[in-house]
Design a protein around this ligand. Structure first.
Ligand code: HEM
Length: 156
């Protein structure tokens, strides 16, 4: 089951990145062009949060299955100096959970604002912060140290 969940997690990250980039683009566009907050933008807000929360659930399942994390949790002292193990055992999980909490709070706050301008502004700010955290902590084939390199895609 571990390889399948890892491949799914690797794939869904592109949905997270694409939906977040699109939501940030729509939010800044709406904010600066002073448009009313459309039904479509409301769906973009909701779906971006839902996709990120789905990735959170898959990430937590992967965390419980990963041999790297298992080693990290059971050999904490020996694992700490090993970059790849520490990254997935601690840094990646903490950064991504933080980012998804920020997306969730931003989405709820935007929903509660009364004017279109405030909704766009709230979405733009909270989602941009989350996007920076996600892009910085997402392993890619060219990620420099202290980050970890991983492929763009994985086969099931
Ligand atoms: C926006 C959120 C997230 C993104 C974009 C993301 C992205 C990624 C990527 C690209 C990989 C490498 C996959 C591969 O090896 O092909 C990975 C691995 C991993 N992620 Fe995430 N992740 C996110 C959230 C989380 C969360 C919330 C957790 C757990 C709390 C988590 C736990 C893990 C673990 C344990 C691995 C590595 C497992 C291993 O190699 O054994 N991720 N993630």
């Amino acid at each position: 089951m571990y390889p399948e969940v890892l491949a799914l997690h690797s794939l869904i990250r592109w949905c997270v990145v694409a939906s977040l980039l699109f939501a940030v683009y729509r939010a800044y566009k709406g904010w600066f062009s002073k448009k009313p907050f459309s039904k479509f933008d409301n769906s973009v807000r909701k779906w971006t949060a839902t996709i990120a929360q789905t990735q959170l659930v898959i990430g937590l399942v992967l965390y419980s299955l990963s041999p790297l994390v298992n080693y990290f949790l059971h050999h904490f002292k020996k694992a700490l100096p090993q970059r790849e193990i520490r990254f997935f055992g601690m840094e990646h999980a903490v950064m991504m959970i933080t980012a998804i909490i920020i997306i969730t709070i931003g989405s709820i706050k935007a929903k509660r604002k009364s004017t279109g301008k405030e909704k766009y502004r709230t979405m733009a700010i909270w989602f941009s912060i989350a996007m920076l955290i996600i892009l910085s902590s997402m392993p890619l084939p060219f990620s420099p140290p202290p980050f970890v390199q991983r492929p763009f895609f994985r086969t099931f």
